[in-house]
Write a protein that binds this ligand. Structure first.
Ligand code: ZN
Length: 84
């Protein structure tokens, strides 16, 4: 079994978040570098990480809540952030 594949399943899949669009977007990879451009606005202002880390870092949970989507317990995540 591929160890990396197993890790990905445990940590969640990798997603790309465009800081300009302020949402998770599809990207194009630029050449052989680790540079990605947003397919929507075509800037390189794209961060990537696991779904969970991106959601926590950019506080996507809070935005979801404003939209009235499924309410998650966010108190645990807030507690983690305050440890800095
Ligand atoms: Zn964008």
């Amino acid at each position: 079994m591929d160890k990396n594949d197993q890790d990905n399943k445990e940590r969640g899949k990798i997603v790309f978040f465009c800081k300009d669009c302020e949402e998770i977007v599809d990207t194009n990879r630029v050449g052989r570098k680790y540079v990605y451009t947003c397919k929507k606005c075509r800037t390189k202002n794209v961060a990537f990480g696991t779904e969970k880390s991106i959601a926590t870092f950019f506080r996507l949970d809070e935005k979801e809540e404003k939209k009235g989507k499924d309410k998650k317990k966010k108190s645990e995540k807030e507690g983690e952030e305050k440890k800095k």
